[in-house]
Design a protein around this ligand. Structure first.
Ligand code: NAD
Length: 337
C-alpha cells in the first residue's frame, strides 16, 4: 500500500524502512506535521501514518479522504489528536499501536522523578563548571513516600511495580481498578483522597474531555503542600498556568514533564537558534525545581522497533481485508462497544 508518513524524523525513517522489509509497502516520508496545509502531500496515497502532534481533526480528515486516503495508521498509543467520528463519517479505518514498550515510558517516568528531586540537571552543569558545592541540591528519599498513580493501565502498572521496589507507599485512582495492580500493594482511592494523601502524583491516564486539566487550580488546592507532579502522559492533563502559580507559592515542590499542552509548536524540533515565543513554556524553564524532556519517554530502541512493526502490520492487515485488533472506533473508545 502507498503510505504518506508525516512528521518524519531520521529515526522514524530508519526504523520504518527496516520493518518495511517484511511488509513491502511504498512509503513516502514527509518532514512536516500533518495539518490542513500539508494534507495535499498525501495525494495518491491510500494510507497516512501520523504521530502525536499531527492534526487529524475533521477538516483534515475530510481532505485526506477526498484525495483517496482510506486508512490512518497512528504510530502512537495516544489518539487524542484524531476525530474518530469524522474518520468513520469519511470511511477511514484508524489503527494505533496500543502497546510498544510501556517499560520505556514507565522507566522514563521514574528517571524524571529522581532527576527533578535530586536536582540532577543542576548537579550535571555545576560539576562541568568545577562547582562542587551541594547547596541547592537537597533531595529526599523516595522510600516511604506516598505516590499516587492516576491511571493504572499498561504504563501505570509498571510504574507501580518499579516504585514498589523503591519502598514507596502506593495509592491509585482509575475508574477501572485492576486486581493485579492491588497485588503490587497499590490501594485504590478516590481522586480527592489521592490528592490529599500523596507526596508524589504521576499521571498515566489518557487525555479525554474528562481528564482535560485534571490538575487545575481547584485540584491544586487539594494536593499536599510541596507535592511532586510528574506527567509523561499528555500535556493538557495539567493546566500549565495553574501549575506555574502553584510553583511560585510552593504548593508544587517539584514538577517533571515529558509532555506540554502546547508542545505541538515546540517539541521534536531543534529551535536552539530561535526565540521561543511561548511565554508560558519559557516561564516553566525558569524554575530550578522543574525538569522537562521533550516527549522522549517512548524513545528507546525497543519501542521504536515495536512501533514500526505494529504500524506497518496494521496497514498490511487492513490491506488483506482483516482486522488487527488495534483499530479504533468511537464506540470502543467511549466504552460502549
Ligand atoms: P492504557 O490505556 O493502558 O491505560 C490508561 C488507563 O487510564 C486505563 O487503566 C484507564 O482505565 C485509565 N483511565 C481512563 N480514564 C481515567 C480517568 N479519568 N482517571 C484515571 N484513570 C483513567 O494506556 P497506557 O498505555 O498506560 O498509556 C497511558 C498514556 O500515556 C496514554 O494515554 C498516552 O497519552 C501516554 N503515552 C505517552 C508516551 C510518551 O512518550 N510520553 C508514550 C506512550 C503513551
Amino acid at each position: 500500500m502507498r503510505m504518506a508518513v508525516y512528521s518524519t524524523r531520521p529515526y522514524d525513517e530508519r526504523f520504518l524502512t527496516a520493518a518495511n522489509e517484511r511488509h513491502g509497502h511504498e512509503l513516502s516520508f514527509f518532514e512536516p506535521r500533518l495539518d490542513r496545509t500539508t494534507a495535499p502531500l498525501a495525494d495518491g496515497h491510500e494510507a497516512v501514518c501520523a504521530f502525536v502532534n499531527d492534526d487529524l481533526s475533521a477538516p483534515v480528515l475530510e481532505k485526506l479522504a477526498a484525495s483517496g486516503v482510506r486508512m490512518i495508521s497512528l504510530r502512537s498509543a495516544g489518539f487524542n489528536n484524531i476525530d474518530l467520528d469524522a474518520a468513520r463519517e469519511h470511511g477511514l479505518t484508524v489503527a494505533r499501536v496500543p502497546a510498544y514498550s510501556p517499560y520505556a515510558v514507565a522507566e522514563h517516568t521514574v528517571a524524571l522523578m529522581l532527576a527533578v528531586e535530586r536536582r540532577l540537571h543542576r548537579a550535571y552543569n555545576r560539576v562541568r563548571e568545577g562547582n562542587f558545592a551541594l547547596e541547592g541540591l537537597l533531595g529526599f528519599d523516595l522510600r516511604n513516600k506516598r505516590v499516587g498513580i492516576i491511571g493504572t493501565g499498561r504504563i501505570g502498572q509498571i510504574v507501580a511495580r518499579i516504585l514498589r521496589g523503591f519502598g514507596c507507599s502506593l495509592r491509585a485512582y482509575d475508574p477501572y481498578p485492576n486486581d493485579e495492580v492491588r497485588d503490587y500493594g497499590v490501594r485504590y482511592v478516590d481522586l480527592d483522597t489521592l490528592f490529599d494523601e500523596c507526596d508524589v502524583i504521576t499521571l498515566h491516564c489518557p487525555l479525554t474531555p474528562d481528564t482535560h486539566h485534571l490538575i487545575d487550580e481547584e485540584a491544586l488546592t487539594k494536593t499536599r503542600h510541596g507535592v511532586m507532579i510528574v506527567n509523561t502522559s499528555r500535556g493538557a492533563l495539567i493546566d500549565t498556568r495553574a501549575a506555574i502559580e502553584a510553583l511560585k507559592d510552593g504548593r508544587i515542590g517539584n514538577l517533571a514533564l515529558d509532555v506540554y499542552e502546547e508542545e505541538g509548536d515546540l517539541f521534536f524540533e531543534d529551535l536552539s537558534d530561535r526565540v521561543i515565543t511561548d511565554d508560558v513554556f519559557s516561564r516553566l524553564l525558569t524554575f530550578p525545581n522543574v525538569f522537562i524532556t521533550a516527549h522522549q519517554a517512548f524513545f528507546t530502541e525497543e519501542a521504536l522497533s515495536n512501533i514500526a512493526e505494529t504500524t506497518l502490520n496494521n496497514v498490511s492487515v487492513h490491506e488483506r481485508g482483516q482486522r488487527s485488533g488495534n483499530e479504533l472506533t468511537p464506540e470502543e473508545v467511549r466504552g460502549d462497544a
